[in-house]
Design a protein. Structure first.
Length: 234
């Protein structure tokens, strides 16, 4: 479904991502693990067309995304829930969701998407007319994911969805990701919470200093305790 072939990303003279190869097939949950500053967010932004790659190729369902505008990439079925949630604080929950579906023209299906996200996130249904900036951190994270789902993605990328949340809320977020996985949605999950990520993912890649240091099934990565401790601090 998504193929990254020898992808590198640079910021001037600084090479943030070097020669990355990743394959994701439909229906999988794949996690990208690594410490802060490893280049994970830079890679996601490059996949979404928010920063140009310096070399390599990004292919989604046989179509090359290199040089494509972000809004067109979203229409191709790929979307990103960014780190730090980045909801529009002055807009209501409903208005945030409407922006998430702005690229769609299938009005009846958009209405169905509202129903779907309100079923997934009952608290957002209760607070649809409330300003997003007044929601709790966990509720804002739910809104950020729901906004992404409004674009009707075939592949959802989540960047540190548990960041800054209380443990009980983190558990709720991972329960939600499990439900999305069970619905058949393909997910690329970037996380520092290695243990919970590997419990939910099919496969994983360990990212360090802009490079893939190792990869394997979740079970294989969880069993390599020395490497996990070296790269992830677990």
């Amino acid at each position: 479904m998504l193929s990254l072939q020898n992808v590198s990303v640079s910021y001037g003279p600084i090479q943030a991502v070097r020669h990355v190869n990743i394959e994701i097939t439909a229906g999988e949950v794949v996690t990208l693990l690594g410490p802060n500053g490893a280049g994970k967010s830079s890679l996601l932004r490059a996949i979404m067309g928010m920063h140009p790659i310096s070399s390599g190729e990004i292919i989604l369902n046989g179509q090359t995304l290199n040089g494509m505008a972000t809004e067109k990439i979203v229409r191709c079925g790929l979307t990103l829930t960014p780190e730090g949630r980045q909801v529009f604080a002055g807009l209501t929950v409903y208005e945030n969701l409407r922006l998430g579906g702005a690229s769609r023209t299938d009005r009846q299906e958009v209405k169905e998407s509202y129903t779907m996200v309100f079923d997934l996130f009952p608290i957002l249904a209760d607070r649809r007319n409330q300003q997003a900036g007044t929601l709790s951190g966990g509720e804002q994270q739910q809104l950020a994911i729901a906004r992404s789902l409004m674009s009707k993605p075939r592949l959802l990328m989540l960047d540190e969805p548990s960041l800054g949340l209380a443990p009980v809320i983190v558990d709720q977020i991972f329960d939600l990701i499990a439900r999305l996985r069970n619905s058949g949605l393909t997910i690329l999950l970037v996380e520092q919470n290695a243990e919970q990520s590997l419990q939910i993912a099919d496969r994983g890649y360990v990212f360090a200093s802009g490079e893939i240091e190792m990869s394997g099934t979740s079970q294989e990565l969880r069993s390599t305790s020395k490497i996990m401790a070296a790269y992830l601090g677990t």
